[in-house]
Design a protein around this ligand. Structure first.
Ligand SMILES: Nc1ncnc2c1ncn2[C@@H]1O[C@H](COP(=O)(O)OP(=O)(O)O)[C@@H](O)[C@H]1O
Ligand SMILES: [Mg+2]
Length: 379
């Protein structure tokens, strides 16, 4: 494998291209595509059964009539995320919509059902809260808290890179979210600044559970976003929770430098870089952070921090985090490094990019054939 593609330092990176980088698209290989043994379709994921056994149903269903749909906050692979306002209590919510046909065509039925189920399970200060779901003939809807401060992605691109204490603050909050998910045997699998939102005070909220999955041992599906995918996933080997610790390392690297270490405009080359594993760390990184990154962004799974005897505690107890008072952080009792400038109060959308609105939304249609409805029975 050629080394030509590996990014050596800030000077070698086409920073303009990097900064211009739009939200990176997730890659969505067919679910179970790389699974060695074919299993019956409705139990192709034996690990999901634990979650299925828990109560994840939404009681007291919402419907589209309960909301006024306002502007688009983000566009994803399957539909849009809108700001929406409850016609009952006037509160603002984020409404994620997914087109059933697109979900089916891209073979993401299981992931989408998992997204709903995992979000319903997760209750944590740094994880988005989902209140309910419903469907019409064409679309699936998920109602979540609206997080006004926008994406960490936007703040990072504006700032180019964050000072070390700022990186440490965001990294520590992200750590607590990932540690919590892992305790529930949930792998997140899509850690990146686009999926980390900032609330009005500047605390993080992890959103987008599109690839989250309950896994007690190993899984196989190739999914994620190229720059952040662990080498064992690229190599379609069985993998476990430690893929999130790899991505955590990439995220910290990106916050410190403004670029991801294996970046290339062509995803295939990004994958080559990941498998190649050569990273040149910029000189300005302090030794303790360098040590942490060199222990997280490690190809050898028997060496990767988070995957060793001490589990996530090894990450938490790394010297770089030594001054973090975890209990206070969890109770949001630590001052945030940045407060999003939200001037018009709740419902302010100034921190979100503008997207062209779709005048022909096909929401709320009923009474037409719905060939996919039964695939999404829990919605
Ligand atoms: N609860 C939320 N509050 C505010 N914005 C949100 C919320 N959830 C998602 N978004 C915005 O919508 C974008 C796309 O949502 P996401 O769930 O990440 O969809 P996809 O799976 O298509 O990436 C996010 O990157 C974010 O900008
Ligand atoms: Mg996303």
């Amino acid at each position: 494998m050629s080394k030509d593609y590996s990014v050596k330092s800030l000077e070698d990176v086409d920073l303009d291209a990097m900064i211009e980088r739009q939200h990176q698209q997730q890659i969505v290989a067919d679910e179970g595509e790389t699974q060695p043994q074919q299993q019956p379709s409705n139990s192709s994921d034996k690990n999901a059964q634990g979650a299925a056994a828990r109560d994840t149903t939404t009681k007291g269903k919402y419907s589209l009539n309960d909301f006024q749909i306002l502007r688009t906050l983000g566009t994803g692979s399957f539909g849009r995320v809108h700001l929406a306002r409850s016609v009952h209590n006037g509160r603002f919510y984020a409404m994620k919509t997914l087109k059933k046909e697109r979900v089916v065509n891209m073979k993401q039925v299981e992931h989408t059902n998992d997204e709903r189920r995992m979000l319903k399970l997760a209750h944590h200060p740094f994880i988005i809260r989902m209140w309910g779901t419903f469907q019409d003939c064409h679309n699936l809807f998920m109602i979540m808290d609206y997080i006004e401060g926008g994406e960490l992605f936007s703040l990072l691109r504006k700032s180019q890179r964050f000072p070390t204490p700022v990186v440490k603050f965001y990294a520590a909050e992200v750590f607590l979210a990932i540690e919590y998910l892992h305790q529930l045997d949930i792998i997140y699998r899509d850690l990146k600044p686009e999926n980390i939102l900032l609330d009005k005070n500047g605390h993080i909220k992890l959103t987008d559970f599109g690839f989250a999955k309950e896994v007690t041992d190993v899984t196989y599906t190739l999914c994620g976003t190229p720059d952040y995918i662990a080498p064992e996933v690229v190599a379609t080997k069985p993998y476990n929770k430690s893929v999130d610790w790899w991505s955590f390392g990439i995220l910290i690297f990106e916050m410190l430098t403004g670029y991801t270490p294996f970046y290339d405009p062509t995803p295939m080359k990004t994958y080559e870089n990941i498998l190649n594993g050569t990273i040149t760390y910029p000189d300005y990184l302090p030794p303790d952070i360098l040590d942490l990154l060199q222990k997280l962004i490690v190809k050898d799974l028997t060496q990767r921090l988070g995957n060793l005897q001490g589990g996530s505690n090894d990450v938490k107890n790394h010297p770089w985090f030594k001054e973090v008072i975890w209990e206070r952080l969890l109770s949001k009792d630590i001052e945030t490094p940045y407060e999003p400038p939200i001037t018009s109060g709740v419902g302010d959308t100034s921190q979100f990019d503008r997207y062209p609105e779709d005048k022909d939304l096909d929401y709320g249609i009923s009474g037409v054939p719905d060939p996919y409805g039964q695939l999404f029975g829990d919605f």
